[in-house]
Design a protein. Sequence first.
Length: 192
Amino acid sequence: MEELIPLGYEAPDFSSRDQNGKNVILSTLIGKNILLSFHPLAWTSVCQAQVNTIDTHMRLFDKLNTIPFALSVDSYASKKAWSDALGIKKLQFLSDFWPHGSIARQYGVFREQDGISSRANILLNEKHEVIFTKIYGLEETPDLREIIFVLKDYTRTEIPNIEIEIQRCMKDALGRTVCIKDSRAKGIDATN
């Protein structure tokens, strides 16, 4: 794996198609905070939890002037089929398929040994400077609270506690979205 992009660096520009065929160019989004949420591969359960959780909180990202993207080395066609299967309409899935893993390489999260990206969140401010980075274990669902709290502090946006109750979301066998509220979002120790 290459070295993770350091905090304070200007984010490398890139162009990628989303699941609907729309070309996304990072440099055209100056003025918006950007969450680059890398996941190893589509069609896996931990990746599903990661993208469903982000998609469930899109209104909160809007309030925080932030556009989240879900990126992996999967092809555009695979991203399209997967987002359709999950029923995701708002979150944009970006394909880092060709040149293979080029975006992940630019940000230092490409895993040469596997040919996939690490599971990672990289947060850019409105000038597209890196303000948060974290690599997670491949079997670990990223904690979205970290991103929300960084953005809340960074943007100085007042968000009622009720709105920052982060939920972990998945699709059940019937295709319904099932979310579990994370009581730790309010600082409650769930172990008591």
